[in-house]
Design a protein around this ligand. Structure first.
Ligand code: BTN
Length: 337
């Protein structure tokens, strides 16, 4: 079958997909040439480009090529290849070996008019950021740093549950990956036990009562080891590899995350019901029944976490029996809470 592929990136993803399908076996040069509709010389040139990107091929006369090595860290051609069999067209994946912040880059792309959705993926960030302007420790090669650019054109009040919905979907995905369930710490943190494994940062531009540009960023600790982290992180964070006891293939995880987030986004804009959020919330609520302090502005409030309301606001039952509701804020879990 001949496809009309135009960009080198698409050729390379198509070639890689064949190598993945062959599972380490040989693929003949003429089969590859036929698949992408170019000459064998052109195939060779694309393989050469992939080699320059860190892929290792073995070439054996009369048998063809086989893939025997891939680059360290996350690989954009591999992520593109893994996204290809999706039912809907795969979005562009803009890859940066290093970038200031994938959220920042996604915002620049939206402002410059790039069609949404798209994905910004980086191997490392120089100014990775978290909520409240905090730094997101973003060393190269170990972890996932990615952001999605969307243009939802929905009224802002329709977006209240957005980050929670994404977080719940990511919890489901990570359960499958890690074999144990993470928890979602309201409003945007992913935890295993009492250690943070990832954080989400949603940033929106609202115009004339519409959420016009939306950036959804995710930082996930994947293969990092606590021994290499700054001391305060080593105390409070973990990685998927630490939970699972083995390193994960970053590109496969990236493709799975991208697929899941895009599906979740489609469901959300089609009106994913509050019931769906409520259902999943019970399964992953890290705070349920625990003694916590919520700081909103400068004011701390202590009490027991009582889930969320149907707008995603956190409910807190104070010692005096009052129930407080928080649309935003920062939560600390009390010792023994
Ligand atoms: C938090 O825990 O406060 C949210 C952290 C979000 C970090 C991710 S990493 C990819 C994307 N780019 C950024 O600069 N931040 C988000």
């Amino acid at each position: 079958m001949h496809r009309h592929l135009h960009r080198a990136e698409d050729f390379e993803a198509t070639l890689l997909r064949e190598f993945l399908a062959a599972e380490g076996g040989f693929v003949s040069g003429s089969a590859l040439a036929k698949l992408v509709g170019v000459s064998r010389v052109a195939v060779w040139a694309h393989l050469h480009r992939l080699q320059e990107a860190g892929f290792v091929f073995e070439a054996v006369h009369s048998r063809g090529y086989r893939l025997i090595g891939q680059p360290p860290g996350v690989s954009a051609p591999l992520v593109r290849a893994l996204l290809m069999p999706r039912k809907s067209a795969a979005p562009p994946v803009l890859f940066f070996p290093s970038v200031d912040s994938t959220n920042e880059e996604a915002e620049r792309q939206l402002t410059a008019g790039r069609a949404a959705p798209f994905v910004v993926l980086a191997n490392g960030q120089t100014s990775g950021r978290g909520r409240f302007g905090r730094v997101w420790h973003s060393p190269a090669t170990d972890n996932l740093y990615l952001s999605f650019g969307f243009r939802p054109k929905l009224p802002p009040e329709r977006m209240h549950l957005f980050t929670l919905w994404m977080g719940l979907n990511l919890c489901e995905l990570l359960t499958a990956y890690a074999g144990i369930a993470p928890g979602l710490k309201w409003p945007n943190d992913l935890y295993f036990g009492d250690r943070k494994v990832g954080g989400m940062l949603t940033e929106a531009r609202i115009d004339a009562d519409q959420t016009r540009d939306l950036v959804f960023g995710l930082g996930l600790n994947v293969n990092g080891m606590a021994t290499a982290w700054p001391r305060e992180l080593a105390r409070s964070a973990t990685s998927l590899a630490q939970v699972k006891g083995e390193a994960l293939d970053l590109s496969r995880l990236a493709a799975a995350v991208i697929g899941r987030v895009l599906d979740a986004y489609a469901q959300f804009t089609e009106g994913a019901s509050r019931d769906a959020v409520a259902d999943l919330w019970h399964r992953y609520d890290l705070l349920a029944g625990r003694k916590i302090t919520v700081v909103q502005g400068t004011q701390p409030h202590t009490g027991v976490a009582r889930g969320i309301d149907n707008e995603g606001a956190l409910l807190l039952k104070t010692d005096t029996g009052r129930t407080l509701r928080f649309r935003a804020g920062e939560v600390t879990i009390q010792k023994g809470g």
